[in-house]
Design a protein around this ligand. Structure first.
Ligand code: CP
Length: 315
């Protein structure tokens, strides 16, 4: 029984195989329309979501399966005090695979330890968001032609942003990546991450001004200031508009620098940027669907029965 708790749960070769399947799904969606006939996905979301939940549900529907679940834990028995461990035992009787989002770090891991079906971490507190990372990696790979040798700026809330923590973790396995962390000092990347980079000899810089580093970036990963993780409203209000990416800042960027954002955005990317060919954040959402379809097939062990990865790699 295999789960997806952290992007590092899959080796680099396994991720390549997953991305190959996602690429084939993008080109030949119809071929996959019945691969999950009779299968059921449960989405258990204890925290709000638009993209992750709906893309998981779309993924299963496009594979021919069905979905059930809750998008609001106050309507589930969690409101009566049921534990995540008991909930997943119940869900294991109904569904074949489960995607779970929870505000508590580690809650999907607790669920996985008691589950009889594959569990996917769809975001746990400020910790990890592995399927967003798979989405980000697939987007970078598709736009850049690979996952090595580039400079990526991560900008905004690097303290609470789980997508950033997950992505940094995943990118450390590739070579020639230079990180530039752009944040106010209150929202800097946690020490455990910079210590991990130091221990692996991976280069990074920490700066406050986005304009200073803009000309050197191949990717700019913007993030929302995570209001829901602040302890007080006053700090959030002070920091929420610290970075706003606009045309003036984009004029400093390379012609081929791509803008990524896990979304939702508040106002850290001005809508005037949406029509810039370098804006890749809505394309990212599409890649999120393909990679979640590929992940469902992989965790249900349904890829090898239908596909030959070696053959796919030739295309
Ligand atoms: N990127 C992301 O996790 O978006 P949602 O919160 O809408 O799922």
């Amino acid at each position: 029984l295999r789960h997806m708790m952290n992007p590092l749960d899959f080796s680099v070769d396994e991720l390549e195989a997953l991305f190959d399947v996602a690429g084939d799904i993008e080109r030949n969606m119809d071929k996959y329309a019945h691969m999950c006939d009779g299968k059921i996905l449960a989405t258990c979301f204890y925290e709000p979501s638009t993209r992750t939940r709906l893309s998981f549900e779309t993924a299963m529907l496009r594979l021919g399966g069905k979905c059930l679940g809750f998008a609001d834990a106050s309507n589930s028995s969690a409101a009566k005090g049921e534990s995540v461990s008991d909930t997943i035992r119940v869900i294991s009787c109904f569904a074949d695979i489960c995607a779970m989002r929870h505000p508590k770090e580690g809650a999907p891991m607790v669920a996985a330890s008691k589950s009889l079906i594959p569990v996917i971490n769809a975001g746990d507190g400020g910790h990890q968001h592995p399927t967003q990372t798979l989405t980000d990696l697939l987007t970078i790979r598709s736009l850049y032609g690979g996952l090595n040798n580039f400079t990526i700026g991560l900008c905004g809330d690097l303290k609470f942003g789980r997508t950033v923590h997950s992505l940094i973790n995943a990118l450390t396995r590739y070579s020639g990546i230079h990180f530039i962390f752009i944040s106010p000092k209150e929202l800097k990347v946690p020490d455990y991450i910079t210590e991990m980079l130091d221990s692996k000899g991976i280069t990074y810089e920490e700066v406050i001004k986005l304009e200073e580093v803009m000309p050197r970036l191949d990717f700019l990963y913007m993030t929302r200031v995570q209001k829901e993780r602040f302890f007080n409203e006053e700090d959030y209000i002070r920091l929420k508009n610290f970075y706003i990416l606009d045309k003036a800042k984009m004029a400093l960027a390379k012609e081929k620098m791509y803008i990524l954002h896990p979304l939702p955005r508040v106002n850290e990317i001005s809508v005037e940027i949406d029509s810039d060919p370098r804006a890749a954040y809505f394309k990212q959402v599409q890649y999120g669907l393909y990679v979640r379809m590929a992940l469902i097939l992989t965790l249900l062990d349904m890829t090898d029965a239908h596909m030959n990865h070696d053959l796919l790699r030739k295309f």
